[in-house]
Design a binder for this molecule. Sequence first.
Ligand SMILES: *[C@@H]1O[C@H](CO)[C@@H](O)[C@H](O)[C@H]1NC(C)=O
Ligand SMILES: *[C@@H]1O[C@H](CO)[C@@H](O)[C@H](O)[C@H]1NC(C)=O
Ligand SMILES: *[C@@H]1O[C@H](CO)[C@@H](O)[C@H](O)[C@H]1NC(C)=O
Length: 102
Amino acid sequence: MVGKLALTIGLLLAGAQAQQATNCTYQSLKCGSVLLAPPFNYTTLQLTTAVNDTSSIPLVSTTDLSQTLFHCTDILGTITGNAYCFAGCDTKPGVRNDQCIL
Ligand SMILES: *[C@@H]1O[C@H](CO)[C@@H](O)[C@H](O)[C@H]1NC(C)=O
Ligand SMILES: *[C@@H]1O[C@H](CO)[C@@H](O)[C@H](O)[C@H]1NC(C)=O
Ligand SMILES: *[C@@H]1O[C@H](CO)[C@@H](O)[C@H](O)[C@H]1NC(C)=O
């Protein structure tokens, strides 16, 4: 019973995460700060998970997520960590790719 309840809660959480307000644009590069804000409304948990899955990026704090560059890998809003921008992340308007400040 307990196991089944845990599974149900897990599925509910997965379902809640799938309800992405606005999916990021396929193949675009966006700063964490942009993805956390409307209209995307990604959660810090989503960004942290993406960073955790990327071995090339050292674990960053929640505030550092804003200046991490993410890559949108499909049309369903899936993101992967691309790079941690040490000098900050430069946001570009619209669908133009964001980039790290060099
Ligand atoms: C996104 O977040 C903003 C600010 O928290 C909120 O006003 C807006 O309704 C959210 N959008 C969606 C589609 O959930
Ligand atoms: C990310 O990795 C850290 C360290 O391994 C872990 O403490 C944290 O819970 C992970 N977060 C997510 C969202 O996977
Ligand atoms: C956004 O992604 C979700 C899955 O995360 C998918 O169900 C939905 O259809 C996508 N929305 C658009 C407009 O492509």
